[in-house]
Design a protein around this ligand. Structure first.
Ligand SMILES: C[S@@+](CC[C@H](N)C(=O)[O-])C[C@H]1O[C@@H](n2cnc3c(N)ncnc32)[C@H](O)[C@@H]1O
Length: 235
């Protein structure tokens, strides 16, 4: 499985960043959500699980941000952007110290993990009391989730069924297809079973994907409409 995950993003680092640069309004909407849910990080110790190329981190002071990333391609760029990559590997294979981090976040990375229970359990253990586990993802039940699953099952976005519905530059099909898209309720259930009671939810990308890159969107509370949703779980 290690190799499998490496293959998922290795070779896509440039394409990944380029996609966000071309979809700049969509990126701004996601960045707004990211900044909103991280809040004030001054003096806090953070861990970014699946930090990728550190694209979002390049908009924050990441002197206290550590990263874990299986793809060397992506992680090397994150290091250049100032993320302290502590491990090139999968979260499943990392031992995290107990009661250490104020915030652990998964920005889009849960969507590439099959079994969320062990990785969230490990992360919660590594948080200080009152620390936050923050999960940002495309929900499986959102329009974006449907689009990726349809692309995956058809093997293309370029299908008559999808005519007139697709954004100009959809997320690379290979990355959409290798995703293990989870619903928000599924992640909430996992966290509840791990003892979490205190939740907050924020969302963005509420427009249909066809129109998402027309202008940046605001962040709103909740998780039932967004194409990008953040769960904040307090330990
Ligand atoms: C959609 S990208 C998000 C990257 C970055 N966080 C961002 O927001 O730009 C998902 C990232 O999760 C990483 N990833 C996938 N499976 C992982 C695992 N089991 N443990 C840690 N990271 C993983 C991928 O290599 C990839 O960089």
């Amino acid at each position: 499985m290690g190799m499998d995950v490496k293959q998922k993003f290795d070779g896509y680092a440039d394409q990944y960043d380029e996609w966000f640069m071309k979809n700049d309004k969509l990126f701004t909407s996601e960045l707004r959500l990211f900044l909103k849910v991280l809040g004030n990080i001054e003096g806090k110790r953070l861990l970014s699980v699946g930090c990728g190329s550190g694209l979002f981190e390049s908009y924050i002071d990441c002197s206290n941000v550590e990263g874990i990333e299986p793809s060397e391609d992506m992680g090397k760029i994150a290091e250049k952007r100032g993320v302290n990559v502590i491990k090139y590997g999968m979260i499943e294979d990392v031992d995290l110290p107990e009661n250490t981090y104020d915030i652990i976040y998964f920005n889009g990375s849960s969507s590439y993990m099959e079994d969320l229970t062990p990785v969230y359990k490990k992360s919660l253990r590594a948080l200080v009391e009152g620390g936050k586990l923050i999960l940002l993802d495309v929900p499986k039940e959102s329009a974006f989730g449907f689009m990726y699953l349809l692309g995956k099952s058809l093997g293309t976005y370029d299908h008559p069924y999808l005519e007139g519905t697709m954004p100009e530059l959809p997320y690379p099909l290979a990355l959409a297809s290798s995703g293990v898209w989870h619903s928000t309720e599924e992640k909430i259930e996992v966290l509840k079973n791990l003892g979490i009671k205190d939740f907050e939810f924020y969302q963005t990308l509420v427009k249909n994907p066809l129109y998402t890159n027309e202008e940046p969107e605001e962040v709103s509370e909740g998780y039932k409409s967004g194409g990008y949703v953040a769960i904040i779980a307090k330990k």
